[in-house]
Design a protein around this ligand. Sequence first.
Ligand code: NAP
Length: 283
Amino acid sequence: MILLDGFKVANERNLALKVKIDELVKQNKRKPSLSIILVGNNPASLSYVKGKGKACELVGIEHKLYTLDENIEEKDLVNLIQKLNKDENVDGILLQLPIPKHLNDNMLIDLISKDKDADGFHVINQGNLYQKKETIKPATPKGIMSLLETYNINVSGMNAVIIGRSNIVGFPVARLLMDAGATITVCHTKTKDLSFHTKQADLLVVSAGRPMVVTKEMVKPGAVVVDVGVNRVDGKLVGDVDFEGIKEIASYLTPVPKGVGPMTINALLENTFELYQKHIDNL
Ligand code: NAP
C-alpha cells in the first residue's frame, strides 16, 4: 500500500505558491489577503482557523481573523460580510462552518461575493462547477483531485464510489471525478446495501463523518481509498475508515490526520491566490 501523503504534497504545493507570491511582491504588488470569520468558540473550528491562518503566513498571504460572539445578530454578520465584499484589499472571505443555528448559513455563504469565495461554496460558483465551467472549486474536492494527480492516479474509467452527498465534499467531488472520466456512485444514509457498492469501487472516497463506516471486508483488494472524515475517538483523531485493516489490501490510502486535511488547506490558499490574481489583473 502506498500512503497518499497529503501533508508532504500540500507542503510542496504551498512552497510553490510561496515562490509565486514572493515574485509578485518583488514586483511591488500587494500580498494576497484572506479574511476568516469565526462565529462562537467551537474548539474544532478554532483549531481549523488557526491552521488556516498559520498556512497563510507560511506562503505570504495576509490574513485577518474576525472572531465573533456566538450570539451575534445576523444583521451584524451581514454588515461585516458586506464591508469585506467592498474592501478592495480583501481577495478571499471564508466563513468557518458550522455556524450557530440561529444564523442562516446558506444565505450568508451566498452573501459573500462570488469573486471572494475562497471556499468555493457560493451558489454561482457551485452552479458553474456543475455546468463544467471555469470556476473556484470547493477546497476539499479540489485538494483530493490534486492529491490523486500528484500520485499519477488516473481515475478515467474507474468505478468511483463516494460515501456522502454534502454540498462541500461528497457532491462536488463526485462531479470532479465524473469530469475526470470516472463512473460515479454516490452513497448516503438511504443507501440500502453500502457494502455492495463499496466492493465495486476502484476508487472509494469516504466523507460520512462516522468512524469505521468502511471496514476491510467492504473494500475491493487494490482499491484507492480516500478518507475525508475527521472524528475524535478517545481523544484521538481518526477518519471514517478502518485504516489498520484496509492498509493490508488497498493500493493507495490516505492517513487521518495528514491526508486530505492539509490538501484542503492548500486548496484554500490556491483559491485565495487565484482570486487575488483576478483582482490585481482588474486594477
Ligand atoms: P455532512 O454534511 O454531515 O455529510 C455526511 C454525508 O455522509 C451525508 O450525505 C450522509 O448521508 C452521509 N452518511 C453519514 N453516515 C453515513 C452512513 N453510515 N452510511 C452512508 N452514508 C452516510 O458531512 P461533510 O461536511 O461532508 O463532512 C464529512 C466528514 O468529513 C466530517 O467528518 C468532516 O469533519 C470531514 N471533513 C474533513 C475535511 C478535511 O479537510 N479533511 C473537510 C471537510 C469535511 P445523508 O445525506 O443521507 O444524511
